[in-house]
Design a protein around this ligand. Structure first.
Ligand SMILES: [Zn+2]
Length: 308
């Protein structure tokens, strides 16, 4: 596929505060292409430069696929991305510590509806918000399906707010994090809870090897990377109190096959020993020289915030 310049946006200012003066550029993802679904997406010449806002404590890609280009790629790969079953037992236990059933729930990015399915008995109203309606999600909704992006300037929805909103693996996809926070503040009831999980750009693993090598930043659809400081700051700005915070592994490690966990452990041990040696061995094996995902690295953040 040829690279069309209009498919990529140059982003020199911070997506949160919009300033350029607080942004420094560092590191470049210089692969020839992103892997995506069953195919690849070519990366423009010069790679993907990474930026950091020293005021907001976020990191972000300074070259992003345009929203139209991204949706076209998602439609192409529909069904090949995010179709792994997960029971959300840990996340549901966490919700139950704060709020008594039955409650109204909105799942942002419900994918195939696994969370809505597993939490059904605890809810009155269960809704989903996504740009594309996964073929399997409809049967698990008992409320509304809000078609759109959480970071849209204008969202069209019932206007009846929710007790609980889950936003798992969504905050890294934003073009406009300020719109997303403003929407969350409207979608949640006063005293309601929003649960967020996203990658941690401040994790020791990311700091040690550089964000440009982090598996999470090498995903085509991931645009920005949060720190604890950044999440706490936006929570306060939009009228939320943080009631729980922890660092954790990505939830994918709870559903990966044992064989993949073992092979990832071996690969990441070799990477820790020497990234150079890792790359040489992989090169001679004819395999990807990219940094492996480690099952034991807590490179994610989990936060529960309550609307004041
Ligand atoms: Zn900023």
């Amino acid at each position: 596929m040829s690279i069309n310049k209009s498919e990529w946006l140059e982003c020199n200012s911070c997506p949160l505060c919009k300033k350029t003066s607080s942004v420094i550029q560092f590191g470049v993802i210089n692969d020839a292409a992103y892997s995506f679904g069953h195919g690849t997406v070519p990366i423009p010449a010069g790679g993907i430069p990474m930026g950091r806002c020293n005021e907001c404590h976020i990191q972000f890609k300074m070259r992003l696929p345009s929203p139209d280009y991204l949706s076209a790629m998602f439609i192409n790969e529909a069904g090949n991305v995010w179709d792994v079953e997960y029971n959300y037992r840990r996340e549901i236990d966490e919700i139950m510590r704060y709020i008594a059933a039955p409650f109204d729930l909105l799942d942002v990015g419900p994918s195939n509806g696994d969370l809505l399915k597993n939490i059904a008995l605890l809810t009155k109203r269960r809704s989903g918000l996504d740009i594309v309606k996964h073929p399997k999600v409809g049967t698990h909704i008992k409320g509304e399906f809000i078609r759109g992006l959480l970071d849209s300037k204008k969202l069209s929805w019932s206007g009846v707010p929710y007790d609980v909103i889950t936003v798992f693996d969504v905050f890294e996809h934003f073009y406009h994090p300020d719109y997303a926070m403003a929407n969350l503040a409207k979608l949640i009831k006063q005293g309601g809870y929003v649960l967020i999980e996203t990658g941690d750009c401040d994790s020791p693993w990311v700091k040690k090897y550089g964000i440009e090598l982090w598996w999470y930043a090498r995903l085509f659809e991931h645009h920005m990377f949060w720190s604890e400081e950044a999440l706490r700051k936006v929570a306060k700005k939009y009228g939320f109190s943080v009631v729980f915070f922890k660092r954790k592994r990505h939830k994918r490690w709870h559903y990966e096959k044992a064989s993949f966990v073992i092979s990832s452990t071996i690969r990441s041990a070799l990477w820790r020993l020497s990234p150079l040696l890792f790359r040489k061995i992989r090169y001679y094996q004819g395999k990807s020289e990219r940094q492996p995902r480690s099952p034991f690295v807590a490179d994610h953040l989990f936060m529960i915030m309550k609307k004041d």
